[in-house]
Ligand binder design. Structure first.
Ligand code: NDP
Ligand code: MG
Length: 388
């Protein structure tokens, strides 16, 4: 059997490392051909030494210029051009596991070229969903990695779209599920980074604590599965064993249950339509031992969740603004400049400061609105931090 020739963008991150763990476990199935990172040279060096890919991309140009490859035959490229060149290599599959919006053009190019893609990066869908989805050249070209979207995707395999009544994503509720507003207001970044069920990068962990992440996932689900907002909701499932549910018109509901380990949805995205034999360490506890309680989301306590939904309702110009503003707000929280409860008003004020068209027509305009969101949020962060 020919090995699947794989590239991983965001190789040193939480998802990238988990994807590489799958490659490490199944070397007879995957050959790592290319890796891309932003600037973590030390991490990249270790991966180069272990996987010996042919191409490396270091997005940050100054970092790239100081990288000395471990192997002589390895090509090192930099910047946006580097990512675009990676897509043009002879590959069977690209995993988009970087954070931020920078890989969005590489994603667009990969889709147009007709390569299978597994997608963890949520920013590209939230910002560019309306255009990105139209660039796909065959069904299931985009294989979602995010556990909730993977669950919905798996529940929908073999089903008719017009028979879906409702898509339900689950949320763990994060570290503040049972905290009061006052406790949240005074919480430290360290506490917000203690996620009860998942181990993830810092940005998404904070987004999970405010539940903005769940609002973002609703937007992604609407785009990925071509569903109207009113048919997509989220509920809390504190043990993160059920990842998503689909309710159908005949009264049946499918649910997907697995251990909260990102390597499970990643393995399915990389190996679809086959499943990999992951082994007993990945099996969930016996069903009788699984706590499968569900709760409604308290929107008064988690206003970021509602705000993300509202942004999509207001028009396709608004989600990119939230993405840009949230990047700045989370950074300000992590560096002690604002409280976690400031994130929602800060995002809302950023949205209100926009007076352009509600609906835009191109990916380029969407990207420029991310920048608008960042700029406005920076100004607001200064005001919020002066008030502390
Ligand atoms: P991390 O912060 O752990 O890692 C980010 C990775 O992306 C790093 O390897 C970083 O490189 C790389 N990177 C950033 N910008 C670029 C760029 N322009 N070009 C190439 N590489 C780049 O993030 P996560 O792994 O947690 O998340 C990645 C994405 O997946 C996010 O969009 C997140 O929302 C989504 N996601 C994550 C989940 C999780 O469990 N972690 C679950 C579902 C979705 P460097 O190390 O050099 O900075
Ligand atoms: Mg998720």
């Amino acid at each position: 059997m020919n090995k699947k020739r794989l590239a991983i963008i965001g190789a040193t991150g939480s998802i990238g490392r988990a994807a590489l763990d799958i490659c490490r476990t199944f070397p007879e199935i995957f050959k790592v051909m290319a890796l891309a990172v932003k600037s973590n040279l030390k991490g990249l060096k270790k991966l180069e030494e272990e996987f010996h890919p042919e191409l490396l991309v270091v997005f940050d140009k100054s970092a790239a210029s100081s990288y000395i490859p471990f192997y002589e035959d390895v090509k090192v490229l930099a910047g946006q051009e580097g990512l675009m060149q990676l897509v043009q290599e002879e590959l069977d599959h690209i995993a988009f596991a970087s954070s931020g919006t920078e890989a969005i053009f590489a994603l667009a190019a990969a889709l147009k070229k007709g390569i299978e893609v597994s997608l963890a990066n949520k920013e590209s869908l939230i910002v560019g969903g309306p255009w990105i989805m139209k660039m796909t050249s065959f069904p299931d070209q985009i294989r979602p990695i995010d556990s909730e979207h993977s669950a919905i995707w798996q529940c929908l395999l073999g089903e008719e779209r017009n028979e879906i009544e409702e898509i339900i994503l689950t949320a763990s509720g994060g570290p503040f599920l049972h905290s009061s507003y006052e406790e949240m207001k005074n919480t430290s970044p360290k506490n917000a980074l203690k996620h009860p069920t998942w181990s993830m990068g810092a940005k998404i962990t904070v987004d999970s604590a405010t539940l903005l992440n769940k609002g973002f996932e609703i937007i992604e689900a609407c785009y990925l599965f071509s569903m109207p907002l009113e048919k997509v909701k989220a509920i809390i499932q504190p043990t993160s064993l059920i990842h998503g549910c689909v309710r159908f018109c005949d009264g049946s509901t499918k649910l997907l249950l697995s251990k909260p380990d990102m390597r499970i949805p990643i393995s399915f995205a990389l190996s679809y339509p086959k499943r990999l034999k992951m082994g007993p360490a990945f099996y969930h506890p016996r069903i009788t031992k699984c706590d499968l309680d569900f709760l409604e989301i308290d929107e008064s306590k988690f206003p970021c969740y509602t705000l993300a939904r509202k942004a999509l309702q207001m028009g396709n110009a608004y989600p990119p603004i939230v993405v840009g503003a949230d990047e700045i707000a989370v950074e300000a929280f992590l560096t002690g400049k604002i409280s976690i409860v400031d994130i929602s008003p800060l995002l809302e004020k950023t949205l209100l400061s926009y007076n352009g068209p509600s609906d835009i027509n191109s990916l380029e305009e969407a990207i420029s609105l991310v920048d608008f969101g960042r700029r406005e949020a920076r100004k607001l962060c200064r005001l919020f931090s002066e008030r502390r």
